[in-house]
Write a protein that binds this ligand. Structure first.
Ligand SMILES: [Zn+2]
Length: 357
């Protein structure tokens, strides 16, 4: 079944992890054997061939570059200009993948519908179809000024999550606190003018409510799970989920183990010992459906290349192609064929067609 994944950090993996995503996962892992510079070395689960194998024909792919002030212990760039340059390098990788026939940029209804027709066409060779990608910015720190947003829009940027981890120039994110700054509000106004989707993921609670109160454009949460099931500020409370549902948002299920099962300890816990399977992940998706009273507000935003790999994934997922196990698991829970299509692609498509009309 055609699958849409609303959150992957493809360019970050290509440039910062030095992964040649044109190779299959097996080859990327082999080349990383013996390397210990990062916890997920040799354990990646995402590549372009494996996305095709899993019929993931459309992804939301990020640019990401954090600015850090001298006292901020998080990794990041020491000036917004450096962060901007980093995201421009990431854009250059996406462009190179377009030239190689691996990716195609989706920016509006015509490019979306043309791409969907290609993926529906059974005669087009499945291993040759370009993957569609919608460009998104995770954390807005790299926008040197609010004026840079229009330039980014011209480059194809269609969604922005103002925050990531920690304090941000425009909004505070996961593990931080505080209301939106004047700069953050100005960014939201410019996003509204350009019809850029607000990604609510990673906004700290105060910034979340500020943003939803002042932003009138389309809102989604590309990769977020439920606080009721795993209690952490990175997850959404029921009130936040209800607000997103009332705003016609779609919420993407993230498949990072620590967000799926309680009491995960990074580097120590294992998916098997914590009983973290794809079906466990679906508890989060199901919780949102129960709050909504329907299946119209959930999708997949796997984050499967977000600085973790097999060591921190559901244990029955070997590569991203295993997203194709989800329809079977949903059917077992009593989801109808229409519900399952909603989850795998229908809700994201409805959202995009409405946002871009
Ligand atoms: Zn994220």
């Amino acid at each position: 079944m055609l699958t849409i994944d609303a959150h992957l950090d493809l360019a970050m993996n290509a440039l910062e992890w030095n992964r040649d995503l044109q190779q299959p996962v097996t080859a990327i892992r082999l080349r990383e054997q013996g390397k210990i510079d990062l916890p997920d070395r040799g354990r990646g689960v995402v590549s372009l061939p494996d996305l095709r194998k899993g019929n993931v024909g459309l992804v939301v792919a990020t640019q990401i570059g954090r600015y850090v002030a001298p006292e901020n212990p998080l990794p990041g760039w020491h000036s917004p200009e450096q962060a901007w340059a980093q995201t421009q390098g990431q854009l250059a990788w996406y462009r190179a993948m377009e030239e190689a026939g691996e990716l195609t940029s989706i920016t509006d209804i015509p490019t979306l519908e043309t791409h969907l027709n290609l993926w529906k066409n059974p005669s087009a060779a499945a291993d040759k179809k370009p993957l569609g990608y919608i460009l998104s910015l995770e954390g807005a720190d790299s926008l040197i000024t609010v004026g840079h947003l229009e330039r980014a829009w011209q480059q194809g940027l269609r969604a922005v999550g103002p925050a990531h981890y920690g304090p941000g120039r425009y909004a505070n994110g996961t593990d931080a606190t505080g209301n939106l700054s004047a700069l953050g509000k100005a960014l939201l106004r410019e996003m509204e003018r350009l019809n850029i989707i607000l990604d609510a993921t990673h906004l700290c609670d105060e910034a979340f409510w500020d943003a939803l109160n002042c932003f009138r454009g389309p809102v989604w949460a590309s990769h977020s799970n439920c606080r009721q099931l795993v209690n952490h500020n990175r997850q959404f409370s029921n009130d936040q989920l209800r607000e997103l549902i009332s705003r016609q948002a779609v919420i993407g299920l993230a498949l990072d183990a620590w967000m799926l099962v309680p009491d995960w300890v990074r580097g120590r816990s294992t998916p098997q010992a914590h009983n973290c399977a794809l079906d466990t992940a679906l508890d989060h998706l199901d919780h949102i459906c129960q709050l909504a009273g329907n299946t119209n507000h959930v999708g997949i935003g796997s984050d499967l290349d977000g600085a973790f790999g097999k060591e921190q994934c559901p244990y029955d997922l070997e590569t991203i192609a295993d997203l194709q196990k989800i329809p079977v698991l949903l059917a077992r829970r009593g989801y109808t064929p229409t519900d399952i299509e909603n989850v795998m692609h229908g809700n994201w498509l409805r959202f995009l067609r409405h946002a871009w009309q």
